[in-house]
Design a protein around this ligand. Structure first.
Ligand code: HEM
Length: 505
């Protein structure tokens, strides 16, 4: 009897081993269909493909190294996941021109039941009816030029608060963490623009800013895990699930509380068209598309992440570049002094008259784009440059590498805002090579608001304060743990008041 059990167990083990090898073989060694005439591929290793080339540095820099060695249009394989890597601006331009609809999805969401990284996600929504509905809703009610004009008052109030807070710290000789202050400014603006006065309790903005930092770190891990495909990526994501669900639920609870408060006080009219439009779609009132409460919370959470983290890190990088480039700082200050003067705070209507300020922000975004990589998924197989790209391939556009490409930009690693002030033709050329807000249908719909918030924040810091830093230069090392490019060492200064405070304290 014991002998038979022994024999059965042995057979079972053999079957298990055989099945495991079979599954691994199918996953990792199956040949992709339509493999002929692919873009060139660097030498790969059996089983892992090009994985070993990806983690020599942060992922965007590893990709940059690969493309500078093997070329700007490559076919890579991570285990069995096919990736096409594009690192040259002219090719990216052609791809967006000829294949935009085909590359207008970002692949499947990582998790099901979360408001973050789950199936309610707008960022991960396939190019279809839901995406079109929300894109239009945001343009009409929040991000389009007319909507931005209607919400200008919100930003003026928050900018004054930002200035007052810096001034207060300057008087007390306290150090300021630029990234933290900028995140609070940007999240206060976004929260009030989307949820009205219900949002403006100080605690809400602090909590949301903490969530944004946590989610940004988790997001980067999930992004890397998804690049590994099944089953390894899935396994890594399952290890991250508990933490993600935890943060996501806390974020969900906070947003739910604010929404309930909003709905209870709706008679006081909070004046936020975005929330009104989303609630109408949720309640089904003449809705073009019916959405759930989870869709609303996921969109809000993603706006805080996609808009807050990007705009605040851009503010931090731009300030750091100005400190490291005193000539640019001097020129910017002269421009602001001559246009705005010393008796009032910079305001939105000043921005079109401040071309150097605009150039400073663009140059900073060129060197430090928060979204270093633009990953898309090919809906259908297609031909690019006469080469076959199979359906389902992940297309990775390396915006970071393109904007530091010596073939496209003179002195690509140097901070030279003047390059954005050249002749019209040069400016037009720059637009085609500038991918900090992505491109095509899935390009950033919030670029105008992003520019306004960052330009105002930098404007106030340069107009009113001198900045005392420890050491001669700011350390520009990158933090590769966050989903958006952040500074490894938070930028901390003690502000010194430069001109009299024009606002009551
Ligand atoms: C300096 C600030 C900002 C930067 C650098 C930035 C950058 C980006 C980038 C690179 C993308 C991906 C584009 C692509 O895949 O081609 C993106 C998408 C997006 N951004 Fe921004 N962004 C900024 C500010 C904002 C703001 C202020 C908002 C809204 C309040 C916003 C909302 C979004 C949304 C909703 C998407 C997803 C679009 C879609 O999937 O269709 N962003 N952003």
């Amino acid at each position: 009897m014991t002998n038979i059990d022994y024999q059965n167990s042995f057979i079972l083990i053999i079957i298990c081993l055989f099945s495991t090898f079979f599954v691994l073989f199918v996953y990792f060694f199956k040949k992709p269909k339509n493999v002929s005439n692919l873009p060139p591929s660097p030498p790969s290793l059996p089983f892992i493909g090009h994985l070993h080339l990806l983690f020599s540095d942060s992922i965007h820099k590893s990709f940059q190294k690969i493309s500078s060695k093997y070329g700007p249009f490559l076919h890579l394989r991570i285990f069995n996941i096919p990736i096409v890597l594009v690192s040259c601006a002219s090719l990216a331009y052609e791809i967006f021109k000829d294949h935009d609809v085909n590359i207008s999805s970002r692949g499947a969401a990582a998790m099901d039941e979360c408001i973050m990284f789950g199936s309610y996600s707008f960022l991960k929504a396939p190019y279809g009816d839901y995406w079109k509905f929300i894109k239009k809703l945001m343009a009409t009610n929040m991000l389009g030029p007319q909507a931005l004009e209607r919400s200008r008052g919100v930003r003026t109030v928050e900018l004054e608060r930002f200035h007052r807070n810096l001034f207060d710290k300057a008087m007390k000789k306290q150090s300021v963490d630029v990234g933290e202050e900028a995140l609070i400014l940007v999240n206060s603006i976004l929260g009030t623009m989307s949820m009205g006065k219900c949002f403006s309790e100080k605690n809400n903005v602090v909590k949301i800013s903490e969530f944004v930092v946590e989610i940004s770190t988790l997001g980067q891990k999930i992004f890397l895990a998804q690049m590994l495909g099944k089953p390894l990526g899935k396994l890594l994501i399952s290890l991250l699930k508990k933490k993600t669900v935890d943060v996501s639920c806390k974020f969900d609870e906070l947003l739910e509380r604010i929404m309930v408060k909003y709905e209870e006080k709706v008679d006081e009219h909070q004046g936020t068209e975005t929330m009104e439009a989303m609630l109408a779609a949720y309640r089904g009132e003449n809705a073009e598309y019916k959405i759930t409460r989870n869709h609303i919370k996921a969109l809000l959470a993603e706006l805080f992440l996609g808009a807050g983290d990007t705009s605040s890190s851009t503010t931090q990088w731009a300030m750091a570049e100005l400190i490291n480039n005193p000539k640019s700082l001097k020129r910017l200050r002269e421009e602001i002094d001559s246009v705005v003067g010393e008796t009032r705070l910079i305001q939105e209507t000043d921005l079109p008259k401040l071309p150097y300020l605009q150039a400073v922000i663009k140059e900073s975004l060129r060197l430090h784009p928060p979204g270093v990589l633009l990953p898309r998924e090919l809906e259908q197989g297609c031909k690019i440059e006469g080469l076959n790209i199979p359906k389902g391939t992940t297309l990775v556009i390396n915006a970071y590498a393109m904007m530091r490409d010596p073939d496209s930009w003179k002195d690509p690693d140097e901070f030279k805002p003047e390059r954005f002030l050249g002749k019209e033709e040069e400016k037009r050329e720059n637009v085609l090579k500038f991918l900090s807000f992505g491109a095509g249908r899935r390009g950033c719909p919030g670029s105008n608001l992003g520019y306004i918030m960052v330009e105002l924040a930098i404007g106030v810091m340069v107009q009113f304060f001198d900045w005392d830093i420890e050491g001669e230069k700011v350390n520009m090392e990158e933090d590769s743990r966050r989903i958006f490019l952040a500074m490894a060492h938070p930028l901390k200064f003690t502000p010194l008041p430069r001109i009299r405070n024009p606002l009551p304290l």
